[in-house]
Design a protein around this ligand. Structure first.
Ligand code: ATP
Ligand code: MG
Length: 547
């Protein structure tokens, strides 16, 4: 696997060299209000791989200070996804576990004259804040005495006030060119049930106050976050400096990862689930880690993809083809390559003895002998891909079956199509063919067939559903670039096809990966049962692949 190398690693190395830190301690701080997506994978992999490369450690910390949107379901999902990616946090912490200590720090700020209780409403606070070009205005409550502030803050904590009636604000500078420094709100009142704290607290710290404190309580050395926190760093440092933190953590920002033809923000993912545009967070078209897992992506493919995208201080949009390529590179030599016919048409080999079944050798992976071989059955009736047959060979480039044209059924015999049967709409329902018994694979090379096609023997074939997945969103074009993402949904993102797989797959189980010969990478879906196998297409065999 690729090694992690980026500008943050350089900073960490020099901090160690200069003795600024003794070891590297990072954290991954998701808010448990949705499932993780591939963008989070960048944050996870960056934090864990960097700490690992210095023999340091990484905490998982649930940033659960915003009780309105948080849920145990998401906590469990995040733990599962992290384990699946292969990362083990040194500790699992919850931001809410620090409510007491965070409260004490707020009291400390009040005592130092650096925080005050404000009676302005949320709207008034916004109106007083000023703009990028104009300074803000001081709140009329800004100069309350320390004693009054202490009393009011305690009353806030004890539930005396209604939601939004008061806030605790840092006393910094209403004229600061950085709006985040204009007396940011540090605590707000919310009478709501918290998923871990119940109703113990009715005041909740804001991210900008809670986060640097949580980092310091855990001894985090390098607090990594995405670029949108860039202009919050001054406030982060302000909190760390004024709350008398001994070992100061530092914040570093990196660019967010976006991927073409999908949306990443949790808000949008939730909207898709709520609008039932997808079957859930783990719908295999979703860019969530649980969706990608179900789609057939592997932890190694995701890790290599993320490391391959590099890391810098600019947001990046990467083609989803690169993720597919990482999957192919991971599985190419590892997976079995069974036969599956996705869009079948039956072929009857009229001169093959009725009732006879023979078993032929087939390598499990043509490029990796170590995976051994298996026997595949062959008999008078087989399924081939509809696309592998045309009545009249159109040109020399056609290297598949046609009437009076001979092809090799891979690992079996040469067959020649002789006639077709059609339904009333002119669709081919059956192809008649003959085979040449002398052409058994491995023993015959006296003439060249017009191509090699795969097949599944009808006498042992197992019916299967194939879910042909495509990107959730259509390509961005001049016409659609301003549309809401809901109006850019790809109507063909899920196409279901019913076909057959060889009997070897009868015991397949969810998350088994395969390369179906000539068709692409597939994975067994969780909906798959013994009676009805279901496979998801992870990606095609080549990057230009489009069905
Ligand atoms: P979203 O914007 O998708 O709703 P978020 O940033 O609110 O996500 P958090 O749970 O707060 O989600 O994120 C946890 C960590 O993951 C943060 O440090 C955040 O910077 C990082 N992160 C989230 N999305 C991305 C992304 N697309 N690329 C890189 N890092 C990300
Ligand atoms: Mg966030």
């Amino acid at each position: 696997m690729a090694e992690i190398n980026n500008f943050i690693k350089t900073i960490m190395q020099s901090d160690l060299d200069e003795g600024k830190v003794d070891s590297i301690i990072t954290r991954f701080p998701p808010e448990p209000n949705a499932y993780l997506h591939i963008g989070h994978a960048r944050a996870i992999i960056t934090n864990f791989e960097l700490a690992n490369s210095f023999n340091g450690s990484t905490n998982l910390r649930f940033d659960d200070t915003n009780p309105a949107k948080e849920d145990k379901e998401f906590v469990d999902g995040i733990i599962e996804d992290l384990a699946w990616l292969g990362y083990k946090p040194k500790n699992v912490f919850y931001g809410s576990d620090y409510f007491e200590k965070t409260y004490e720090k707020a009291v400390m700020l009040i005592k130092k004259g650096l925080a005050y209780v404000d009676d302005l409403s949320q709207e008034e606070i916004s109106a007083y804040r000023g703009t990028l070009n104009e300074p803000g205005k001081n709140s009329p409550y800004r100069d309350r005495s320390v004693e009054e502030n202490l009393k009011l803050f305690e009353e806030m904590k004890n539930g005396k006030y209604k939601d939004g009636e008061k806030t605790l604000r840092a006393k910094i500078d209403m004229a600061s060119p950085n709006i985040n420094m204009r007396d940011p709100v540090m605590y707000r009142i919310l009478h709501i049930n918290h998923h871990r704290q119940g109703t113990k607290w009715c005041i909740f710290p804001m991210y900008d106050f809670a986060h640097p404190l949580q980092d310091s309580f855990e001894g985090i050395t390098h607090s990594l976050c995405s670029l949108e926190y860039d202009n919050h760093r001054v406030l982060y440092d302000w909190v760390v400096d004024n709350c008398e933190i001994e070992k100061k953590p530092h914040q570093y920002e990196f660019g967010r990862l976006n991927i073409t033809n999908t949306i990443m923000s949790k808000r949008y993912l939730r909207a898709l689930v709520d609008a039932k545009k997808v079957s859930g967070y783990d719908d295999p078209r979703m860019p969530t880690l649980c969706g990608l897992r179900r789609r057939g992506f592997t932890p190694d493919a995701i890790r290599n993809f993320i490391l391959g995208t590099g890391l810098s201080r600019v947001n990046s949009t990467v083609s989803s083809d690169e993720l597919d390529e990482a999957l192919r590179n991971d599985l190419k030599l590892k997976t079995y390559r069974p036969n599956a016919v996705i869009n079948p048409v039956k072929v009857i080999i009229d001169n093959y003895p009725e009732g006879q079944v023979e078993y032929l050798d087939c390598p499990n992976n043509q490029e990796n002998e170590e995976l051994g071989s298996r026997k595949i059955s062959f008999s008078r009736e087989v399924y081939i891909e509809r696309d592998d047959f045309i009545e009249e060979k159109p040109n020399k480039k056609w290297k598949r079956l046609a009437l009076n044209v001979e092809v090799r059924l891979m690992h079996a015999y040469f067959i020649t199509a002789t006639s077709v049967e059609k339904d009333e709409n002119g669709n081919i329902t059956l192809i008649h063919a003959t085979y040449d018994p002398q052409t058994k694979s491995g023993s015959f090379n006296e003439r060249k067939p017009n191509g090699n096609i795969h097949f599944v023997d009808a006498s042992t074939a197992i019916p299967a559903e194939f879910r042909l997945l495509e990107p959730l969103l259509l390509d961005e074009t001049e016409e659609n670039k301003d549309l809401d993402f809901m109006e850019r949904l790809n109507p063909n993102s899920l196409i279901i096809s019913n076909g057959y797989v060889e009997e070897f797959l009868s015991n397949t189980k969810p998350l088994d990966h395969y390369q179906f010969i000539r068709n692409g990478y597939y994975v067994t879906d969780k909906d798959s049962t013994k009676d009805k196998l279901v496979f998801n297409r992870t990606c095609g065999l080549k990057s230009s692949f489009k069905l």
